[in-house]
Design a binder for this molecule. Sequence first.
Ligand code: XMP
Ligand code: MG
Length: 183
Amino acid sequence: MRAADIPDDLTNVLVTEEEIDAKLAELARRVDADYAGKNLLLVGVLKGAVMVMADFARHLERHMEMDWMAVSSYGAGTKSSGVVQIRKDLDTDLHGRHVLIVEDIIDSGLTLSWLLENFEARGAESIEVLALLRKPDAAKVQIDCKYLGFDIPNEFVVGYGLDYAEKYRNLRDVAVLAPHVYS
Ligand code: XMP
Ligand code: MG
């Protein structure tokens, strides 16, 4: 569905389907060039990164492998605490691999900072981050994100994989959730 199908649930659209597609194509050209001659392993972080992974991977003009990890971070309420638990681990041995982590959004950065340390400890040869969205004003730790889609304001967003209570993941655009939905 598109934002126009559920106008009452959203305040404004931040990034449209067309903008996402163009940006992922652009990032794919850079990744194609940067990883020429290397094996590439994309690691998607479930569940939010499902749409980014599906569309980004298909924009690549080269082979890649794909793996998935599911993590949850504990803390009060909806904020990430940085204490991360693995709910589904990788099937792939990272030793000597060129890993590109594919994420939906960098909010506090705590989840990614934990993942980066974890992957380094597993002996990956290189680790980079691709994230569709980033909230610069929410950062608690700085994440070196080599492939970034869009910086967005510090508001709760849904769509294109991002959910509120498991809803809105199938929205094609990224939009700000109307406060009445969660209050
Ligand atoms: P951080 O960077 O804070 O983010 O560790 C961890 C995870 O939280 C989710 N997240 C969001 N999900 N709208 C969402 O639907 C948001 O605005 C939002 N901000 C963070 C996301 O899964 C991220 O990977
Ligand atoms: Mg996520």
